[in-house]
Design a protein around this ligand. Structure first.
Ligand code: CMP
Length: 138
């Protein structure tokens, strides 16, 4: 499945009331929503999801932030989904994100950067299966 990516609208963007605006940006950019849910990660969930970052100095803050409130997780489909979605959301640090990108418009700072996008086709599959069972993906 090289045409899917996994996104999460993060707790800062949910808290700030940006769910609708961000979903609009996503669908206007040609992504089809294949699965979606509002949920809240447990500490164990966040530690598992971000295990690749477990040795980084920001890991505990990342887990604390990602469990601090509800998120919206979604599987998105489009040709070249991973790369095109990362272009749409912009750089990890919103201060470096290009004009018009989702992070430039809706993110507060590096640690609270509004939205996640998978970084490879392999991780898109792993992350989609983390959030959704087979019968939740349409
Ligand atoms: P994301 O790429 O979605 O997933 C990992 C997150 O770690 C990243 O977004 C940032 O929000 C967060 N983070 C916090 N500090 C850093 C840092 N110094 N470098 C990279 N990511 C960071």
């Amino acid at each position: 499945m090289s045409n899917i990516t996994l996104t999460m609208i993060k707790p800062d963007a949910v808290e700030n009331g940006y769910i609708g605006s961000i979903l609009n940006e996503i669908t206007n950019a040609g992504f089809k929503i294949k699965a979606m849910k509002m949920t809240q990660l447990s500490v164990a969930d966040a530690q598992k999801f971000y295990e690749i970052h477990q040795d980084k100095p920001f890991f505990s803050d990342l887990v604390e932030f990602m469990t601090s409130g509800p998120i919206v997780a979604a599987v998105l489909e489009k040709e070249n989904a991973v790369e095109d979605f990362r272009k749409l959301i912009g750089a990890t640090n919103p201060a470096e994100a290009e004009q018009g990108t989702i992070r430039q418009k809706y993110a507060e700072q590096l640690e609270r950067n509004a939205i996640h996008g998978s970084d490879s086709n392999e991780n898109a599959k792993i992350e989609s299966q983390f959030h959704f069972s087979g019968r939740e993906v349409f």
